[in-house]
Design a protein around this ligand. Structure first.
Ligand code: NA7
Length: 531
């Protein structure tokens, strides 16, 4: 019992788990990855719905830790489609010979800390337990499907799909009447393609969403070469951006309210023509000051009304929350799809869903007969995957107990009372408000250095103090409170899952956060105890 089987157990083989394994080996640690899916890729393994692609540009949504890797990989589109990102994840796994330490098709069910030995025991649904000194939860922020509990759901006789659990062989909707529930990013990406294929598409909308055009296109090899010639500069620019992307289209560092109406309109038009999430980088206060946000909101609504021909449909599609409060959707023909004769919009605020029946979806207004139902209803975000593992720290205390009033972490990296357990892009870190790959890299590199420093200090255990954690939670809440993010019912707040505690989970502001992580290390791991 003196030595655990491996130094580190890693849960998940998405980008976070893959890089963590590579990092562990570089630091001379043995590691075992456990992955529920049949292969690597995480989010990109599961989300195979039509039109699935990343909303961060491919030249930015990629690893920068190895120059040969970033030089040799060729992206083919401005926004990489899911199959290409999955191929990239496979390439990373093969290039660094990672598969030999990954156990696939195996779900972690429990992780238990033993106070006496200081080891963790990781239990799975298949095969023997793993004992490890360190456990890294690389479980992803959007990995646990949220399927609403609608009365009668089991009685529907046709097939049902969740966008995040799409069949690997694909789905042919030809000749079918299809219903899509939800209008978030997954719905916005898939609806135009399902509408092209299906006989009829009915969209069940609870909250209207904003969409900015992707203007996706093949990536020009010359443009790609130019970026690669100074890739370090783009990566550095991204690390200085609050969202860890946008180096290709930097944020304008002035207030939307400091310029004339004409100038502002011209800037919004320019950003709209460029397309993508950096639309919100038009001004520096769009997510801080309501009046500033309102200028962007009115511009986007104007575009919506230009695109959608039927004014009644346009009115139903018009969002009223702050633009960017929920993650902005990046689309290809989403609003224009509602001009098609085979597409119907059902506004659930007017006529809520009463039940799913054998034949379709019944709202308070009508019964909509369907051959297939697509749940584009999102995820139990950020904490869902962790909540489904029975994690027990010191004294056998369950994480569910420690987090009963919402997630509490120090830096989004560790939880007081759970020594040697790390969360990659955990709640309390910038995570989902950023380019996830940049955030993953920063966390993995921080953990790698932390463990090397731990060894150098002759210690084997690191743990967040409750005081540092309390102060951090207060800090995250206060930063979020300065922004407009908490003003709507988003999954950032857990508002999409009935019964989930409402806490704003991610921390806005990547560069400040990175600096804090660095300062804490420079201060001898302030807020942690090491023994
Ligand atoms: P999202 O963004 O959480 O969207 C889910 C959608 O499903 C959203 O429109 C929800 O409406 C809707 N929803 C959820 N539950 C219900 C019920 N019970 N009835 C009707 N409609 C419902 O998930 P996505 O998969 O689209 O995107 C997740 C992230 O992936 C995205 O932000 C990008 O970062 C990539 P609501 O708004 O809650 O009223």
């Amino acid at each position: 019992m003196d030595r655990p089987q491996v130094d580190m157990a890693i849960v998940g083989a998405g980008f976070a788990g893959l890089y963590m394994l590579h990092m562990a080996r570089q630091r001379g640690l043995t590691a075992q990855v456990v992955e529920a899916g049949g292969d690597v890729g995480g989010t990109w393994y599961w989300n195979r719905y039509p039109g699935a692609r990343c909303d961060v540009e491919s030249m930015e949504y990629s690893f920068g830790f190895d120059d040969d890797l970033q030089q040799e990989w060729e992206w083919t589109e401005r926004y990489a489609p899911q199959p290409e990102i999955l191929r990239y994840a496979n390439h990373v796994a093969d290039r660094f010979d990672l598969r030999r330490d990954i156990r696939f098709d195996t779900r972690v069910t429990a992780a238990t800390y033993d106070d006496e030995s200081g080891h963790w025991t990781v239990t799975t649904d298949r095969g023997p337990v793993i004992t490890a000194r360190y456990v890294v939860m690389a479980t992803g922020c959007l990995s646990t499907a949220n399927i609403p509990d609608i009365p009668g759901a089991a009685t529907f006789t046709g097939p049902t799909y969740h966008t995040g659990r799409w069949p690997h062989e694909g789905v042919d909707f030809t000749g079918q009447r299809v219903g899509v529930i939800g209008t978030g990013s997954s719905a916005v990406q898939s609806i135009p393609l399902i509408a092209e294929q299906a006989d009829h598409l009915t969209v069940f909308q609870r909250t209207p969403t904003y969409a900015v055009p992707a203007w996706n296109r093949p990536l020009d090899p010359v443009e790609q070469k130019e970026i690669k010639a100074d890739y370090a500069a783009l990566r550095a620019a991204n690390r200085q951006s609050s969202s860890a992307f946008g180096g290709l289209q930097p944020r304008n560092d002035v207030s939307a309210l400091a310029v004339s109406d004409e100038e502002r309109h011209a800037e919004y038009e320019r950003r709209w023509a460029v397309g993508g999430l950096t639309f919100l980088g038009a001004y520096n206060d769009l997510l801080l000051v309501r009046a500033a946000n309102e200028t962007a909101r009115q511009f986007v609504i104007g575009k919506l009304h230009e695109i959608v021909e039927d004014p009644e449909v346009a009115a139903k599609l018009t969002p009223d929350q702050v633009v960017g409060c929920k993650r902005l959707c990046v689309d290809t023909g989403y609003w224009a799809t509602f001009n098609r004769p085979n597409v119907t919009l059902v506004d659930l605020r007017e006529t809520p869903i009463e039940a799913i029946t054998e034949r379709g979806i019944r709202t308070t207004g009508a019964e909509h007969e369907l051959d297939a139902i697509v749940y584009a209803t999102g995820f139990d975000a950020m904490t869902g995957a962790l909540a489904r593992i029975d994690i027990r720290g010191r004294g056998g205390r369950p994480l569910a107990d420690a987090w009963s009033a919402g997630p509490r972490t120090y830096l989004g990296l560790m939880v007081a009372g759970f020594p040697n357990l790390f969360t990659i892009t955990g709640p309390g870190s910038p995570s989902v408000l950023t380019n996830m790959i940049e955030s993953i890299q920063q966390h993995v590199e921080w953990i790698g250095r932390c463990l090397a420093d731990l060894g150098a200090a002759g210690a084997t255990t690191i743990e967040a103090t409750p005081e540092a954690q309390d102060a951090w939670v207060d800090y995250v809440n206060s930063v979020a409170g300065f922004t407009l993010f908490p003003t709507c019912n988003s999954w950032y707040l857990g508002a999409n899952v009935p019964g989930k505690t409402r806490v704003f989970m991610p921390l806005p502001g990547f560069p400040t956060y990175v600096q804090q992580c660095e300062d804490i290390v420079a201060d001898g791991y302030r807020g942690f105890t090491r023994a």
